[in-house]
Ligand binder design. Structure first.
Ligand code: HEM
Length: 230
C-alpha cells in the first residue's frame, strides 16, 4: 500500500502559546467557500464561530445573511425561508449523503468540520494532499474517476485536484499561489476543528501566570512563618 506521511510544517499556531494567523484563517474561509464548499459540507460549523477570529460581529452577520435557511413551522404550521443568522450552520452542497455520492462517482466527500482531527497528520496532511497531485508512477493505470495522490491512503483518490494558482482572488491582496491557498484552507480547517484553540492557550498562559504569583507568595509566607522556629 502506498501512503506517504506528510512533513511537519511550521504553522504559526504550533507551540504552547502560539495563536492562529487570523488573516490566514480569513483567507482560508474564502477558499473553503469558493472551492471546497461545492462538494464538501461543514455542517457542524456555525457562523458565530467566525466572530473575532475571521470576522467582526457585523461582518459575520452579513456573511450569514448571504445564505437562505428553511425554518419553521410558523404559527400556521408552514415552513418558511429566511436569511441566515449567526446561530445558523454552514449550508451543505447536497440534500443528503446519497445525492453527494451520486454527484461524485459514488465517492462520498466527507464533512470537513472535524476532518483535521479525524486524519493522521492533521493540517499537515490536508496541505500535503491538496498540493501533491501528480502523474501515477510508470506502469500504474488509474481507473476512470480516480486521481493519483501519494498522500492518500492507497494512492487513488476520487477527489480531483481543486487547488491551482489563482483559483481564488484574495480580498487582502495576498498572492493566491496554489501553496498559499492550500496553506490558508488547511489552517482554516484546523481552526474549524478547534475553534476554542486561541482562547484555550490564552487561558493556559493566564493560569500559569496566576499560579506563579500564588506560588511565590505562598513560598514567601511559608518561609516567613517558619523562620522563628528554626
Ligand atoms: C475527499 C478536502 C475540494 C470531492 C476529501 C478529503 C479531504 C478533502 C481532506 C478526505 C481525504 C481522506 O479521506 O483522507 C478538500 C478541500 C477542498 C476540497 C480542502 C478545497 C480546497 C473538493 C471538491 C470536490 C471534492 C471541489 C468535488 C469536485 C471530494 C471527494 C472525496 C474528497 C469525492 C472523497 C475521496 C475518496 O474517498 O476517494 N477532500 N476537498 N473535494 N473530496 Fe475534497
Amino acid at each position: 500500500e502506498l501512503e506517504l506521511h506528510p512533513p511537519a510544517y511550521p504553522w504559526t499556531h504550533n507551540g504552547a502559546f502560539s495563536s492562529f494567523d487570523h488573516a490566514s484563517l480569513r483567507r482560508g474561509y474564502q477558499v473553503y467557500k469558493e472551492v471546497c464548499a461545492a462538494c464538501h459540507s461543514m455542517k457542524y460549523m456555525a457562523y458565530r464561530e467566525l466572530v473575532n477570529t475571521i470576522f467582526t460581529e457585523d461582518e459575520a452577520k452579513k456573511e450569514a445573511e448571504q445564505i437562505t435557511v428553511i425554518d419553521g413551522p410558523d404559527d400556521e404550521g408552514k415552513m418558511f425561508e429566511r436569511p441566515g443568522k449567526l446561530s445558523d450552520y454552514f449550508p451543505s452542497p447536497y440534500a443528503n449523503d446519497e445525492a453527494a455520492k451520486a454527484a461524485n462517482n459514488g465517492a462520498y466527500p466527507p464533512d470537513l468540520t472535524y476532518i483535521v482531527s479525524a486524519r493522521h497528520g492533521g493540517e499537515d496532511y490536508i496541505f500535503s494532499l491538496l498540493t501533491s497531485y501528480c502523474d501515477p508512477p510508470a506502469g500504474i493505470e488509474m481507473r476512470e474517476g480516480l486521481y493519483f495522490n501519494p498522500y492518500f491512503n492507497g494512492g487513488a483518490i476520487a477527489m480531483a485536484q481543486s487547488i491551482f494558482n489563482e483559483v481564488v482572488t484574495y480580498d487582502d491582496g495576498t498572492n493566491p499561489s496554489a501553496s498559499q491557498l492550500a496553506k490558508d484552507v488547511s489552517a482554516f480547517l484546523k481552526f474549524a476543528s478547534e475553534p476554542e484553540h486561541d482562547e484555550r492557550k490564552r487561558m493556559a498562559m493566564k493560569a500559569i501566570l496566576g499560579f506563579s504569583v500564588l506560588f511565590v507568595t505562598v513560598y514567601y509566607y511559608k518561609r516567613h512563618k517558619w523562620a522563628s522556629l528554626k
